[in-house]
Structures are given as C-alpha cells and as structure tokens.
Ligand binder design. Structure first.
Ligand SMILES: [Mg+2]
Length: 381
C-alpha cells in the first residue's frame, strides 16, 4: 500500500445542460436536453429536470423525446463548454499540480500535500466554492484515500454533493453498492457475476478467487482488491494540451543563418514561457522547418530531465536547426516553428538543471510578461 493519500474526484453536475441553464434563464427549472437537433442525434447532456423521466446521456434524442415530449432541445455549444472547462481546471490547479482530467468536466486531484494543513471537508468545500465563484455552476466532489473510492464517493450525493470517505469506512460505504459501481465492470460482466450470485461489492469481496477466475482470469486478484477499496493508481497529471508550439511564417524567405537563429530564439522563448505559466515541463523539443518550395520537415530531441527554461529549449532547438541547415546548404526558409511535447507538471523546479542565473532571468521576464502582455519583451538573440 502507498502511504496515506487524499484524492478528490470532482464532477460537474449535468455539465452542458447546467451551462445552458446558467446562460439562458428561461431554461432554468425546465427539462433540457443538449444534443443534436435532428432525430438521429444522441443526448449529450440532460438536465436534472429531464432525468426524472428516465432521460440519460448517450440515449437517442428520439427515445428521450418519447419519454419527455415537453423537453426543450438545445444545440451544444462546445466552444463555451471548453471555456468553462478551462476555468474549472484552473481552479483544480490552485489546489494541486496533480490534476488528472477524465473529461471536460471531471478530474482527479491529489490533495495529499494540502491534507497536512486542512481537513478533507474543508478542502472539498473550498473546491466547490471556488468552482461556483468562477462559473456559477455546481460540482459534486468525492474525497477518499484513492481514486477508486473518490470516484465512487462523488456520485453518492449528486448533485451539488460532497462525500468524504475515510479509509476506515471504505468497506462500509462500498459493500452495499452494486458490482458495476467499480469502473471496468460493465453490463456483460455484471450479468455473468449475477449468475454466480454476486451482485454487491461485498459479495464480490467475499467470493472465493476460484469462482471469479472464469470471469476475470488473471485480473481476479486486482478486482477483489478494488472490491476491498484498495487502489494504488497514481493521479497522473497531464496538460489539456499535449503539446505547445509556436511558429512564424516569414514575409520574405530567409536564408541568413543568424537571422534564422534569432527568430528561433524568440519562438523558443515564447514556448518556454507558456510552459512555465502552465507550470509544466517538456521532455521533447522539436523544430519545424518549411522551405520556400513548401517542403516541411521537423526534427526533434528528447531531454532528460524534462525542462521549461528558455535557455535549454533554445539551445536544443538551435542545434536541431543548425544540423538541418548543414544538411541542406543554401536552403531558404518560409516558416520556422518550435514545439514541445511530453508535458508533465513542474513539481520540483529546484531539481531541474537551471543555473540560478537563467532561472532568475526567466522569472523576471515572466513577471514583465504577466504585467504587460506576451509581446512586451523578448529575449535577445
Ligand atoms: Mg459531470
């Protein structure tokens, strides 16, 4: 077992439908279906008012309308939902850099570090309050010693719920729930277990491994661990963007090496600043090159450890560019780009290779940018 951890699972309530009700007062208190307006569409989200009629997301709109003919159908506004998603993920990262998004409106947050100073209850309330303050929307929060328990807990008091399960009460809470509450046990497996007389998590927990063998094979042990509320999976943070890049199309094709290196430095600096702003580090740097003949090439290199300082990213990008230029003498470039990938949360900045000067300089530049905007300053060549 890993040491005591505190994990939250946050899930917005009827997300798309709640955003529509927030933005359109005439929809409040009404049965709202967000989904394609044609008869062939499926329900993307259903307000709580329409769920009472048995309408669920992923149901064909036609079936939903049969269950609730007075339902109001609304076309999805994905750009708006993505914007709200960004807001809530910023809130999550106020609490921890370890945020694992599961969808636009759902994430795990590892609160272990904060749990030394604040109670689970306080943290749960603060997360809900911050989300409401930023978005005027409600979320349900489950908190437990691991992902499995947190995820189950967030569903127990929906909507606007806060459910905290301490490690001592895990079995008490899980035991009476249906086996399908455990993610990974789908309808088919549920049916096979029911035939064995296993319907609740308690029955799954107490079943002899021999009986489970035909259903789960080599995963039997793990499934029974889950039924006991044991789950060692880490919260794996990753950015909503899996890569960050910046490119420049030149007004005139450039063949001059020094000029290309200068352009590259500005691009690398911008990408590195974005990484630092998002508290991320990258383990891959790539350079994109497009010639005046519209041939596009890219070169990349892995870094260990992952970095976010402008100096290192610029140096690697420059080596990649110079190597390509050496292989393609006389090339004229139309476009140059710098990108980073393999993004991870920048947890222990002090451990990375930055020399104190470069880190200090990066911080100073970031402060100026934060105050005057991204274009206010650029590192010289
Ligand atoms: Mg949700």
């Amino acid at each position: 077992m890993t040491a005591d951890r505190l994990i939250a699972h946050v899930d917005m309530d009827a997300f798309y439908a709640s955003v529509e009700q927030r933005d359109n007062p005439e929809l409040r208190g009404q049965p709202v279906i967000v989904g394609g307006l044609g008869d062939r569409g499926v329900v993307a989200a259903a307000s709580y008012e329409v769920r009472r009629f048995g309408v669920r997301s992923a149901m064909p709109v036609r079936d939903a309308m049969r269950r609730c003919p007075e339902a109001i159908r609304v076309r999805p506004r994905m750009a708006v939902y993505r914007g709200v998603s960004k807001q809530i993920f910023y809130v999550f990262r106020e609490f921890s850099p370890l945020v694992e998004g599961l969808s636009l409106d759902e994430a795990f947050i590892d609160l272990t570090r904060l749990s030394k100073k604040r109670s689970a209850n306080e943290l749960g309330l603060q997360i809900k309050q911050r989300i409401h303050a930023e978005t005027s929307l409600t979320a349900s929060v489950g908190i437990g010693p691991n992902k499995l328990v947190a995820k189950i807990a967030s569903d127990l008091e929906k909507p606007d719920g806060l459910c905290i399960v301490s490690r001592h009460h895990v079995s008490e809470i899980l035991d009476p729930l249906p086996v399908r509450t455990i993610s990974g046990i789908g309808p088919q497996t549920g049916k096979r277990l029911a035939k064995l007389g296993i319907r609740t998590i308690e029955e799954l927990r107490q079943a002899s491994p021999d009986r489970l063998q035909p259903v789960f094979g080599r995963y039997s042990h793990r499934i029974q661990q889950r039924a006991r509320g044991i789950d060692d999976r880490e919260v794996v943070a990753y950015s909503e963007r899996k890569s960050i890049s910046s490119e420049e199309t030149f007004d005139k094709d450039i063949a001059d090496r020094d000029e290309l290196v200068r352009q590259l430095a500005a691009l690398a600096d911008g990408v590195a600043a974005t990484l630092r702003k998002k508290k991320l580090v990258a383990e891959v740097v790539n350079v994109k090159i497009r010639t005046h003949e519209f041939v596009t090439r890219s070169r990349q290199r892995h870094l260990a450890p992952a970095v976010n300082d402008s100096g290192v990213i610029d140096r690697v990008a420059r080596e990649l560019l110079e190597q390509w230029l050496a292989e393609n003498p006389g090339a004229k470039l139309r476009l140059l780009g710098v990108g980073v990938a393999g993004l991870q949360p920048a947890r222990q900045l002090g451990l990375f290779q930055d020399t104190p000067e470069t880190t200090g300089l990066d911080q100073a530049l970031d402060t100026i940018r934060a105050r005057f905007g991204d274009d206010s300053i650029r590192r010289g060549g």
